[in-house]
Design a protein around this ligand. Sequence first.
Ligand code: FUL
Length: 474
Amino acid sequence: MCEYIKAAQVLPSKRQLDWQKNEFYAFCHFGMNTFTGKEWGDGTDSPSKFNPTELDAEQWVTSIKSGGMKALILTCKHHDGFCLWPSKYTDYSVKASPFRDGGGDVVREVSDACRKHSIKFGVYLSPWDRHDERYGKGGEYNEYYKNQLRELLTNYGDIFCVWLDGACGEGKNGKVQEYDWAGYYKVIRELQPNAAICICGPDVRWVGNEAGVGRESEWSVVPSYYAVNEFTQEKSQKEDNKKFRKKHNEMVMDLGSRKAIKGAEEFVWYPSETDTSIRPGWFYHENEDHRVKSVDKLMDIYLSSVGNNSALLLNIPPDKRGLICKTDELTLDSFARKLKRTFPENLAENKSAYATSEKDEAHTAQNVLSQFDGYWECASDDETPEITVDLEEPTEIDSAVLMENIATGQQIESFEIYYEKKPGKWKRIAKKTVIGYKKIVPFKKSVKTRKIKVKITSYRVKATVLKLELYKSK
Ligand code: FUL
């Protein structure tokens, strides 16, 4: 069987499908580095330095929610080894700090606030630990790490994601640890079977840069060697090198096209996540207060990631007080308003749609305009199927949002969008590759038209569209 036909059979797990629907969610880097001004602490800072005197997790969650995000991932332990919860297995934690007189638990406060405001909660637990004596000692450290996972995955309610970092440097004793990935996954699957294991794990792939740049042709089906942890580790492991963070040309730009998968034997569903920070660093630093990304920049990042079949994990680091600072909060709020202004109302909803072919009565073109789960699938002999939306009257449109029914695979390789200039006369407004879970297509200019047509110019085995939305920004 040729490669692309094989790739077309690969489907996402229920866990991956659920994860993908989050689309846009927050990272909160918070910990010892917040107080020392570092990005990578070496694990020698005294717990007495950790003292967020005004910590208010509800303020984090409400700003994240008003920014339009659906979940939050907290750095429960970063590379410095300092734990934000009173772990039974180490003294290097909040319990040795002045925070709430040693009686505090940041993980508890944040997870409770998330639950209260219906935001999903996820954990980041760095395997690299520059503080702990056991690091670099093989089994002993792996046991410690698994015990910490057990604490986080048992005591804090439902966890939507466990974010495993690829960084693996030297520990206190100069030794590098061999991680027991399979053992870590076993604990996660056992305790939180619905949690997606991200980045150094089987469910979600790192996009390949920290600059917020997605691929125009982002395939969720890739050769299975991309799911090998060493691959991610090697790429994310180059010291804390600023150049690497910003550069994105280290990224393989095409992982899934027919050309890129030639010769590959096995494929996996391994969708991409784009992680980037609203500030230059991952942790809060006062001297970066004037370098918070602009709303326009965030919009570019959003279109490049969410708009290109990736998810966006945007880092919003709380400050020394334990609050998300005003600039970041206001930026998030304005960004959410910009999103609403750009995609205010789906003008295609409840209009009518027809296609050059429909597989059967259950897969009609009309399905793509409804809010229900049904989708359109063309007949198998329709090589360049077209689906047309009739807006009933001339309507201004400046972007389209397309979704494939990824539950039956990612299959569309290229498509074009046309608008009807005069009755029966069509003009092309966009020419694009791949759709996947979601593709946002801003038009070069807005058009006034009664009909919009999507022509699928190449697909693998089946062509499906779950949703087609049309917008005019305000
Ligand atoms: C990297 C880490 O080294 C950074 O400090 C940060 O946590 C980022 C999200 O992942 O691998």
